[in-house]
Design a protein around this ligand. Sequence first.
Ligand SMILES: Nc1nc2c(ncn2[C@@H]2O[C@H](COP(=O)(O)OP(=O)(O)OP(=O)(O)O)[C@@H](O)[C@H]2O)c(=O)[nH]1
Length: 392
Amino acid sequence: MKLAMIGFGQAGGKIVDRFLDYDDRTGSGIVRAAIAVNSAKADLIGLDNIPQENRVLIGQARVKGHGVGADNELGAEVAEEDIDEVQNAIDSIPTHEVDAFLIVAGMGGGTGSGGAPVLAKHLKRIYTIPVYGLGVLPGTDEGGIYTLNAARSFQTFVREVDNLLVFDNDSWRQTGESMEGGYDQINEEIVRRFGILFGAGEVGEGQEVAESVVDSSEIINTLSGGGVSTVGFASEDVEVNSGGGLLSRFTGDTGGDDSLDAANTTNRITSLVRKAALGRLTLPCEIEGTERALLVLSGPSEYLNRKGIERGRKWLEEETGSMEVRGGDFPRGEPEVAAAILLSGVTNVPRIKRLQQVAIEAQDNIDDIQQDSSENLEELVEDDEDELEPLF
Ligand SMILES: Nc1nc2c(ncn2[C@@H]2O[C@H](COP(=O)(O)OP(=O)(O)OP(=O)(O)O)[C@@H](O)[C@H]2O)c(=O)[nH]1
Protein backbone atom coordinates (compact mmCIF):
# COMPACT_ATOMS: atom_id res chain seq x y z
CA MET A 1 0.00 0.00 0.00
CA LYS A 2 1.39 3.41 -0.96
CA LEU A 3 0.93 6.14 1.62
CA ALA A 4 1.40 9.88 1.72
CA MET A 5 2.55 10.42 5.30
CA ILE A 6 2.26 13.71 7.11
CA GLY A 7 3.97 14.00 10.48
CA PHE A 8 2.31 16.75 12.53
CA GLY A 9 4.29 18.06 15.52
CA GLN A 10 7.48 16.65 16.97
CA ALA A 11 6.41 13.06 17.59
CA GLY A 12 4.64 12.88 14.21
CA GLY A 13 7.67 14.22 12.35
CA LYS A 14 10.08 11.85 14.08
CA ILE A 15 7.91 8.82 13.38
CA VAL A 16 7.45 9.67 9.68
CA ASP A 17 11.21 10.27 9.48
CA ARG A 18 11.69 6.79 10.92
CA PHE A 19 9.23 5.28 8.40
CA LEU A 20 11.45 6.63 5.60
CA ASP A 21 14.44 4.98 7.21
CA TYR A 22 12.48 1.70 7.52
CA ASP A 23 11.51 1.89 3.86
CA ASP A 24 15.15 2.36 2.94
CA ARG A 25 16.35 -0.53 5.08
CA THR A 26 13.70 -3.02 4.04
CA GLY A 27 12.82 -1.88 0.51
CA SER A 28 9.13 -1.84 1.54
CA GLY A 29 8.18 1.12 -0.64
CA ILE A 30 5.20 2.20 1.46
CA VAL A 31 6.08 5.88 1.85
CA ARG A 32 5.25 7.50 -1.49
CA ALA A 33 5.63 10.97 0.03
CA ALA A 34 6.62 12.32 3.44
CA ILE A 35 5.85 15.75 4.85
CA ALA A 36 6.55 17.23 8.29
CA VAL A 37 4.48 20.10 9.70
CA ASN A 38 5.47 21.91 12.88
CA SER A 39 5.23 25.26 14.66
CA ALA A 40 8.72 24.75 16.14
CA LYS A 41 11.58 25.36 13.74
CA ALA A 42 14.10 23.37 15.81
CA ASP A 43 11.98 20.20 15.54
CA LEU A 44 11.93 20.47 11.75
CA ILE A 45 15.70 21.02 11.61
CA GLY A 46 16.24 17.93 13.77
CA LEU A 47 14.73 15.55 11.18
CA ASP A 48 17.06 13.34 9.15
CA ASN A 49 15.22 11.91 6.17
CA ILE A 50 12.25 14.09 5.24
CA PRO A 51 13.30 16.33 2.30
CA GLN A 52 13.88 19.99 3.25
CA GLU A 53 11.23 21.20 0.82
CA ASN A 54 8.64 18.99 2.56
CA ARG A 55 9.18 20.54 6.01
CA VAL A 56 6.46 23.10 6.63
CA LEU A 57 6.70 25.68 9.41
CA ILE A 58 3.30 26.97 10.49
CA GLY A 59 2.21 29.68 12.92
CA GLN A 60 5.26 31.85 12.31
CA ALA A 61 3.22 35.05 12.64
CA ARG A 62 1.92 33.90 16.04
CA VAL A 63 4.74 31.93 17.71
CA LYS A 64 7.79 32.90 15.63
CA GLY A 65 9.03 29.34 15.13
CA HIS A 66 9.10 28.52 18.86
CA GLY A 67 6.21 26.04 19.05
CA VAL A 68 2.84 26.40 20.76
CA GLY A 69 3.99 25.08 24.16
CA ALA A 70 1.42 22.29 24.59
CA ASP A 71 -1.48 24.66 23.91
CA ASN A 72 -3.53 22.54 21.55
CA GLU A 73 -6.19 25.17 20.93
CA LEU A 74 -3.44 27.43 19.61
CA GLY A 75 -2.13 24.41 17.67
CA ALA A 76 -5.52 24.06 15.97
CA GLU A 77 -5.72 27.80 15.27
CA VAL A 78 -2.32 28.05 13.60
CA ALA A 79 -3.07 24.92 11.56
CA GLU A 80 -6.28 26.50 10.29
CA GLU A 81 -4.60 29.82 9.54
CA ASP A 82 -1.71 28.22 7.63
CA ILE A 83 -3.49 25.29 5.99
CA ASP A 84 -2.58 26.70 2.55
CA GLU A 85 1.12 26.29 3.36
CA VAL A 86 0.51 22.62 4.16
CA GLN A 87 -1.61 22.22 1.03
CA ASN A 88 1.23 23.68 -1.09
CA ALA A 89 3.51 20.89 0.11
CA ILE A 90 0.81 18.27 -0.53
CA ASP A 91 0.30 19.67 -4.04
CA SER A 92 3.78 18.43 -4.93
CA ILE A 93 2.77 14.82 -4.19
CA PRO A 94 1.53 12.68 -7.08
CA THR A 95 -1.68 11.84 -5.19
CA HIS A 96 -2.92 9.62 -8.05
CA GLU A 97 -0.14 7.19 -7.05
CA VAL A 98 -1.17 7.17 -3.40
CA ASP A 99 -3.68 4.75 -1.81
CA ALA A 100 -4.27 6.77 1.35
CA PHE A 101 -3.04 9.62 3.56
CA LEU A 102 -1.63 8.82 6.99
CA ILE A 103 -1.43 11.72 9.45
CA VAL A 104 0.87 10.90 12.36
CA ALA A 105 0.78 12.94 15.58
CA GLY A 106 1.39 12.81 19.31
CA MET A 107 -1.96 13.54 20.99
CA GLY A 108 -0.46 15.02 24.17
CA GLY A 109 1.37 18.11 22.86
CA GLY A 110 0.03 21.25 21.22
CA THR A 111 0.93 21.35 17.53
CA GLY A 112 0.18 17.76 16.49
CA SER A 113 -2.73 17.27 18.83
CA GLY A 114 -4.43 20.49 17.76
CA GLY A 115 -3.38 20.48 14.11
CA ALA A 116 -3.79 16.85 13.02
CA PRO A 117 -7.62 16.84 13.21
CA VAL A 118 -7.73 20.17 11.33
CA LEU A 119 -5.61 18.72 8.53
CA ALA A 120 -7.68 15.51 8.42
CA LYS A 121 -10.86 17.51 7.94
CA HIS A 122 -9.22 19.59 5.20
CA LEU A 123 -7.90 16.53 3.30
CA LYS A 124 -11.22 14.72 3.47
CA ARG A 125 -12.95 17.69 1.89
CA ILE A 126 -10.51 17.74 -1.04
CA TYR A 127 -9.50 14.14 -1.76
CA THR A 128 -11.45 10.93 -2.33
CA ILE A 129 -8.74 8.55 -1.02
CA PRO A 130 -8.98 7.54 2.66
CA VAL A 131 -7.40 9.71 5.33
CA TYR A 132 -6.07 7.68 8.27
CA GLY A 133 -4.60 8.89 11.53
CA LEU A 134 -1.85 7.38 13.63
CA GLY A 135 -2.29 8.91 17.07
CA VAL A 136 0.26 8.47 19.86
CA LEU A 137 -1.16 8.67 23.38
CA PRO A 138 1.05 10.25 26.08
CA GLY A 139 2.45 8.42 29.09
CA THR A 140 0.29 8.94 32.17
CA ASP A 141 3.34 10.24 34.06
CA GLU A 142 3.75 13.15 31.63
CA GLY A 143 1.32 15.36 33.51
CA GLY A 144 -2.23 16.65 33.41
CA ILE A 145 -1.94 18.98 30.44
CA TYR A 146 -0.79 16.11 28.18
CA THR A 147 -3.65 13.89 29.29
CA LEU A 148 -6.14 16.70 28.87
CA ASN A 149 -4.84 17.52 25.38
CA ALA A 150 -5.05 13.86 24.42
CA ALA A 151 -8.56 13.51 25.85
CA ARG A 152 -9.79 16.48 23.84
CA SER A 153 -7.94 15.82 20.63
CA PHE A 154 -8.63 12.10 20.52
CA GLN A 155 -12.37 12.57 20.14
CA THR A 156 -11.95 15.12 17.36
CA PHE A 157 -9.29 13.11 15.53
CA VAL A 158 -11.41 9.90 15.53
CA ARG A 159 -14.31 11.87 14.10
CA GLU A 160 -12.28 13.49 11.30
CA VAL A 161 -10.31 10.48 10.00
CA ASP A 162 -11.48 7.33 8.23
CA ASN A 163 -9.80 5.26 10.93
CA LEU A 164 -7.56 6.11 13.86
CA LEU A 165 -4.69 3.71 14.47
CA VAL A 166 -3.47 4.17 18.01
CA PHE A 167 -0.19 3.65 19.79
CA ASP A 168 -0.20 4.11 23.56
CA ASN A 169 3.19 5.28 24.84
CA ASP A 170 2.05 4.49 28.36
CA SER A 171 1.90 0.76 27.90
CA TRP A 172 5.23 0.71 26.08
CA ARG A 173 7.30 2.57 28.65
CA GLN A 174 10.21 0.52 29.90
CA THR A 175 10.19 0.37 33.67
CA GLY A 176 12.80 2.63 35.17
CA GLU A 177 13.49 4.28 31.84
CA SER A 178 12.57 7.82 30.97
CA MET A 179 10.27 8.33 28.00
CA GLU A 180 12.89 10.35 26.15
CA GLY A 181 15.36 7.49 26.45
CA GLY A 182 12.74 5.03 25.30
CA TYR A 183 11.43 6.86 22.23
CA ASP A 184 13.99 5.41 19.91
CA GLN A 185 12.92 1.88 20.69
CA ILE A 186 9.25 2.81 20.75
CA ASN A 187 9.47 4.46 17.34
CA GLU A 188 11.19 1.40 15.93
CA GLU A 189 8.35 -0.75 17.29
CA ILE A 190 5.82 1.56 15.64
CA VAL A 191 7.41 1.45 12.20
CA ARG A 192 8.00 -2.30 12.36
CA ARG A 193 4.38 -3.12 13.18
CA PHE A 194 2.76 -0.65 10.82
CA GLY A 195 5.47 -1.24 8.22
CA ILE A 196 4.64 -4.94 7.90
CA LEU A 197 0.91 -4.25 7.74
CA PHE A 198 1.08 -1.52 5.13
CA GLY A 199 3.96 -3.20 3.30
CA ALA A 200 2.02 -6.38 2.55
CA GLY A 201 1.15 -6.48 -1.13
CA GLU A 202 3.88 -4.01 -2.14
CA VAL A 203 6.04 -6.27 -4.28
CA GLY A 204 9.32 -4.77 -5.38
CA GLU A 205 11.38 -5.93 -8.34
CA GLY A 206 12.93 -9.35 -7.79
CA GLN A 207 10.75 -10.02 -4.73
CA GLU A 208 8.44 -13.01 -4.52
CA VAL A 209 4.71 -12.70 -5.00
CA ALA A 210 2.65 -13.89 -2.05
CA GLU A 211 0.62 -17.10 -2.30
CA SER A 212 -2.43 -15.38 -0.89
CA VAL A 213 -1.81 -11.71 -1.47
CA VAL A 214 -2.93 -8.97 0.90
CA ASP A 215 -3.55 -6.02 -1.37
CA SER A 216 -4.34 -2.41 -0.54
CA SER A 217 -8.08 -2.93 -0.96
CA GLU A 218 -8.04 -5.52 1.85
CA ILE A 219 -6.27 -3.10 4.17
CA ILE A 220 -8.71 -0.34 3.17
CA ASN A 221 -11.72 -2.64 3.69
CA THR A 222 -10.46 -3.65 7.13
CA LEU A 223 -10.07 0.00 8.09
CA SER A 224 -13.35 1.12 6.52
CA GLY A 225 -16.22 1.73 8.89
CA GLY A 226 -14.06 4.00 11.02
CA GLY A 227 -13.35 3.84 14.70
CA VAL A 228 -10.18 2.96 16.52
CA SER A 229 -7.59 0.33 15.59
CA THR A 230 -4.79 -1.45 17.36
CA VAL A 231 -2.03 -3.74 16.11
CA GLY A 232 -0.65 -6.95 17.58
CA PHE A 233 2.69 -8.44 16.61
CA ALA A 234 4.81 -11.51 17.30
CA SER A 235 7.89 -12.90 15.60
CA GLU A 236 10.27 -15.83 15.73
CA ASP A 237 13.78 -16.07 14.32
CA VAL A 238 14.28 -18.67 11.60
CA GLU A 239 17.05 -19.59 9.22
CA VAL A 240 16.72 -18.39 5.68
CA ASN A 241 17.01 -21.41 3.41
CA SER A 242 18.41 -20.07 0.19
CA GLY A 243 17.39 -23.28 -1.60
CA GLY A 244 13.72 -22.88 -0.65
CA GLY A 245 11.55 -20.44 -2.49
CA LEU A 246 8.18 -19.96 -4.00
CA LEU A 247 8.45 -23.29 -5.79
CA SER A 248 9.25 -25.21 -2.61
CA ARG A 249 6.06 -23.92 -1.06
CA PHE A 250 3.92 -25.35 -3.84
CA THR A 251 5.79 -28.63 -4.15
CA GLY A 252 6.33 -29.01 -0.42
CA ASP A 253 10.05 -29.50 -1.13
CA THR A 254 11.67 -28.04 1.94
CA GLY A 255 14.64 -30.36 1.89
CA GLY A 256 13.60 -32.46 4.92
CA ASP A 257 10.69 -34.59 6.08
CA ASP A 258 7.91 -32.87 4.13
CA SER A 259 4.92 -33.77 6.29
CA LEU A 260 6.76 -32.88 9.50
CA ASP A 261 7.96 -29.57 8.05
CA ALA A 262 4.48 -28.67 6.83
CA ALA A 263 3.03 -29.46 10.27
CA ASN A 264 5.77 -27.44 11.98
CA THR A 265 5.17 -24.50 9.69
CA THR A 266 1.43 -24.58 10.38
CA ASN A 267 1.96 -24.89 14.13
CA ARG A 268 4.50 -22.08 14.20
CA ILE A 269 2.08 -19.80 12.36
CA THR A 270 -0.90 -20.57 14.59
CA SER A 271 1.09 -20.03 17.77
CA LEU A 272 2.50 -16.73 16.42
CA VAL A 273 -1.04 -15.56 15.64
CA ARG A 274 -2.14 -16.30 19.22
CA LYS A 275 0.91 -14.55 20.67
CA ALA A 276 0.33 -11.51 18.47
CA ALA A 277 -3.35 -11.17 19.38
CA LEU A 278 -3.01 -11.93 23.10
CA GLY A 279 0.33 -10.17 23.65
CA ARG A 280 1.04 -6.45 23.90
CA LEU A 281 -1.09 -4.47 21.44
CA THR A 282 -0.22 -0.93 20.29
CA LEU A 283 -3.35 0.06 22.21
CA PRO A 284 -4.18 -2.57 24.85
CA CYS A 285 -7.82 -3.71 24.70
CA GLU A 286 -10.16 -6.67 24.81
CA ILE A 287 -10.08 -8.25 21.36
CA GLU A 288 -13.57 -9.66 21.74
CA GLY A 289 -16.00 -7.38 19.96
CA THR A 290 -13.49 -6.23 17.32
CA GLU A 291 -15.42 -5.39 14.18
CA ARG A 292 -12.87 -6.32 11.51
CA ALA A 293 -9.39 -7.82 11.47
CA LEU A 294 -6.51 -8.43 9.10
CA LEU A 295 -3.75 -10.99 9.60
CA VAL A 296 -0.45 -10.64 7.75
CA LEU A 297 2.14 -13.39 7.98
CA SER A 298 5.58 -12.32 6.83
CA GLY A 299 8.82 -14.24 6.49
CA PRO A 300 10.84 -16.41 4.11
CA SER A 301 8.35 -18.10 1.79
CA GLU A 302 9.34 -21.64 2.84
CA TYR A 303 8.07 -20.82 6.33
CA LEU A 304 4.66 -19.61 5.18
CA ASN A 305 1.73 -21.81 4.23
CA ARG A 306 -1.91 -21.34 3.41
CA LYS A 307 -3.08 -23.85 6.00
CA GLY A 308 -1.40 -22.00 8.87
CA ILE A 309 -2.86 -18.67 7.79
CA GLU A 310 -6.32 -20.24 7.40
CA ARG A 311 -6.14 -21.70 10.90
CA GLY A 312 -4.90 -18.41 12.33
CA ARG A 313 -7.72 -16.57 10.58
CA LYS A 314 -10.36 -19.01 11.96
CA TRP A 315 -8.95 -18.69 15.47
CA LEU A 316 -9.12 -14.90 15.19
CA GLU A 317 -12.76 -15.13 14.05
CA GLU A 318 -13.61 -17.15 17.13
CA GLU A 319 -11.70 -14.91 19.54
CA THR A 320 -12.99 -11.60 18.19
CA GLY A 321 -16.48 -12.78 17.25
CA SER A 322 -15.98 -10.96 13.94
CA MET A 323 -17.10 -12.41 10.62
CA GLU A 324 -14.76 -10.07 8.78
CA VAL A 325 -11.28 -11.44 9.30
CA ARG A 326 -8.99 -11.21 6.30
CA GLY A 327 -5.55 -12.74 5.97
CA GLY A 328 -2.61 -13.34 3.69
CA ASP A 329 1.12 -13.73 3.47
CA PHE A 330 3.98 -11.39 2.77
CA PRO A 331 7.14 -13.21 1.64
CA ARG A 332 10.31 -11.43 2.77
CA GLY A 333 13.93 -12.45 2.86
CA GLU A 334 14.28 -11.54 6.58
CA PRO A 335 15.41 -14.32 8.96
CA GLU A 336 12.17 -14.18 10.98
CA VAL A 337 8.56 -15.24 10.66
CA ALA A 338 6.21 -12.54 11.96
CA ALA A 339 2.47 -12.23 12.49
CA ALA A 340 1.02 -8.71 12.40
CA ILE A 341 -2.67 -8.37 13.24
CA LEU A 342 -4.73 -5.27 12.61
CA LEU A 343 -7.80 -5.15 14.89
CA SER A 344 -10.11 -2.48 13.56
CA GLY A 345 -13.16 -1.03 15.31
CA VAL A 346 -12.18 -2.13 18.80
CA THR A 347 -14.69 -1.18 21.47
CA ASN A 348 -13.54 -2.36 24.86
CA VAL A 349 -10.53 -0.11 25.51
CA PRO A 350 -9.94 0.87 29.17
CA ARG A 351 -7.47 3.65 28.27
CA ILE A 352 -9.97 5.36 25.98
CA LYS A 353 -12.69 5.11 28.61
CA ARG A 354 -10.38 6.83 31.10
CA LEU A 355 -9.55 9.54 28.56
CA GLN A 356 -13.24 10.12 27.85
CA GLN A 357 -13.82 10.49 31.57
CA VAL A 358 -11.04 13.08 31.75
CA ALA A 359 -12.61 14.98 28.84
CA ILE A 360 -16.05 14.94 30.54
CA GLU A 361 -14.62 16.10 33.87
CA ALA A 362 -12.65 18.86 32.15
CA GLN A 363 -15.79 19.99 30.35
CA ASP A 364 -17.72 19.96 33.65
CA ASN A 365 -14.98 22.08 35.24
CA ILE A 366 -15.11 24.51 32.35
CA ASP A 367 -18.92 24.69 32.68
CA ASP A 368 -18.57 25.26 36.46
CA ILE A 369 -15.99 27.99 35.90
CA GLN A 370 -18.20 29.62 33.28
CA GLN A 371 -21.22 29.31 35.56
CA ASP A 372 -19.21 30.77 38.47
CA SER A 373 -17.88 33.61 36.39
CA SER A 374 -21.32 34.43 34.96
CA GLU A 375 -22.76 34.35 38.51
CA ASN A 376 -19.87 36.55 39.63
CA LEU A 377 -20.58 38.84 36.75
CA GLU A 378 -24.25 39.04 37.71
CA GLU A 379 -23.24 39.76 41.33
CA LEU A 380 -20.81 42.36 40.11
CA VAL A 381 -23.48 43.98 37.99
CA GLU A 382 -25.86 43.86 40.97
CA ASP A 383 -23.12 45.27 43.21
CA ASP A 384 -22.45 47.93 40.65
CA GLU A 385 -26.13 48.71 40.46
CA ASP A 386 -26.25 48.96 44.28
CA GLU A 387 -23.28 51.24 44.20
CA LEU A 388 -24.63 53.19 41.31
CA GLU A 389 -28.09 53.69 42.77
CA PRO A 390 -27.34 56.60 45.06
CA LEU A 391 -25.94 58.51 42.12
CA PHE A 392 -29.28 58.62 40.35
N1 LIG B 1 6.18 7.50 20.42
C1 LIG B 1 6.69 8.74 20.52
N2 LIG B 1 6.06 9.66 21.23
C2 LIG B 1 6.60 10.88 21.34
C3 LIG B 1 7.84 11.22 20.73
N3 LIG B 1 8.10 12.53 21.02
C4 LIG B 1 7.08 12.97 21.77
N4 LIG B 1 6.16 11.99 21.97
C5 LIG B 1 4.86 12.06 22.65
O1 LIG B 1 4.17 13.15 22.06
C6 LIG B 1 3.65 14.03 23.03
C7 LIG B 1 4.11 15.45 22.79
O2 LIG B 1 3.88 15.73 21.52
P1 LIG B 1 4.96 16.48 20.62
O3 LIG B 1 4.80 15.87 19.27
O4 LIG B 1 6.29 16.50 21.23
O5 LIG B 1 4.35 17.94 20.69
P2 LIG B 1 4.02 18.89 19.49
O6 LIG B 1 2.87 18.36 18.73
O7 LIG B 1 5.27 19.15 18.72
O8 LIG B 1 3.49 20.19 20.24
P3 LIG B 1 4.26 21.37 21.00
O9 LIG B 1 5.65 20.86 21.30
O10 LIG B 1 3.42 21.60 22.19
O11 LIG B 1 4.26 22.51 20.05
C8 LIG B 1 4.17 13.61 24.33
O12 LIG B 1 3.05 13.44 25.12
C9 LIG B 1 4.91 12.32 24.12
O13 LIG B 1 4.20 11.31 24.74
C10 LIG B 1 8.49 10.20 19.97
O14 LIG B 1 9.56 10.38 19.38
N5 LIG B 1 7.86 8.99 19.90
